[in-house]
Write a protein that binds this ligand. Structure first.
Ligand SMILES: [Cu+2]
Length: 282
């Protein structure tokens, strides 16, 4: 019986280790329980803060667990037939108030530091604006000739795995960004509330109509990163992913030139699109 229990526990801890191990890809994976690997200093700090909190909650949980075991063994009706009538103990009450306060202060200081660090960046190198629509994202580059375009999810039947496209994550156009650049990210919405969430950048920010929210990113490695809308925004909420391609600064410059031609007719197209949608309503 004891042997069985041992193997049950061992199996549980081994599976915890296997499944909780964060996998190294910038996308969600089956059975993944950890964070996606960090691609920005903000996400690195969120990771560190998460690990720091894990030590604290583990210590608190183990302490409370042992204390309860001790109380159950030492003060049950058999072991302690005549209970003490003590009701107050000033010192004990001071201790169990002060220690939690100290623990909360230890948590609050790095938490606020991180909150302000995530909030905004001084003197950003460039700005992009991301707008949530039902159900796609619009990207604008005000520093690059007001370049703007939209990105729609590629439907299942059009996914081309040979091009590395991923179901529910890949989009027809990508948000292309340079690495090692402080990018100010402005977030808004045009219809209902959406939320911009890019786990490997440590970004989750509401996109609210009529309001501009701000955050920032400094991508450290070139690669493809994925995000999703994180606010229930209607029937296709689950089908408005973000595909972000981080490239070197030189490649980014070349891409801007290409994109200015590629998306030049965009505004006219958008105007027609809106007119058509309105005409359909009538
Ligand atoms: Cu949305």
């Amino acid at each position: 019986m004891k042997n069985k229990f041992f193997w049950l526990c061992a199996g549980f801890f081994i599976s915890l280790f296997v499944f909780a191990n964060p996998s190294f890809a910038s996308e969600p994976l089956p059975w993944q329980t950890g964070f996606q690997p960090a691609a920005t200093p903000v996400m690195e700090q969120i990771n560190d803060f998460h690990n720091f909190l894990l030590y604290i909650i583990t210590a608190v949980s183990v302490f409370v667990f042992l204390l309860m075991i001790f109380i159950m063994v030492r003060f049950n009706a058999h072991a302690n037939p005549e209970p003490s009538k003590t009701t107050h103990h000033t010192m004990l009450e001071v201790v169990w108030t002060v220690i939690p306060v100290v623990i909360l202060i230890i948590i609050a200081v790095p938490s606020f530091k991180l909150l302000y660090y995530m909030d905004r960046v001084e003197n950003p190198d460039m700005t992009i604006k991301v707008t949530g629509y039902q159900w796609y994202w619009g990207y604008e580059y005000p520093d690059h000739d007001n370049l703007s375009f939209e990105a729609y999810m590629i439907p299942d039947e059009d996914i081309d795995k040979s091009k590395g496209q991923k179901r529910l994550l890949s989009t027809d156009n990508q948000l292309v960004l340079p690495v090692d650049t402080n990018i100010q990210i402005l977030v808004a919405a045009a219809d209902v509330i959406h939320a911009l969430a890019v786990p490997s950048f440590g970004i989750k920010l509401d996109a609210v109509p009529g309001r501009i929210n701000e955050t920032w990113a400094r991508i450290e490695k070139p690669g493809t990163y994925y995000g999703q809308c994180s606010e229930l925004c209607g029937k296709d909420h689950a089908y408005m992913p973000l595909e972000i391609r981080a490239v070197s600064k030189e490649e980014f410059k070349a891409w801007v030139k290409f994109a200015q031609k590629e998306y030049a007719s965009y505004d006219m197209f958008k105007a027609q699109h809106i007119q058509l949608a309105k005409a359909e309503e009538f």
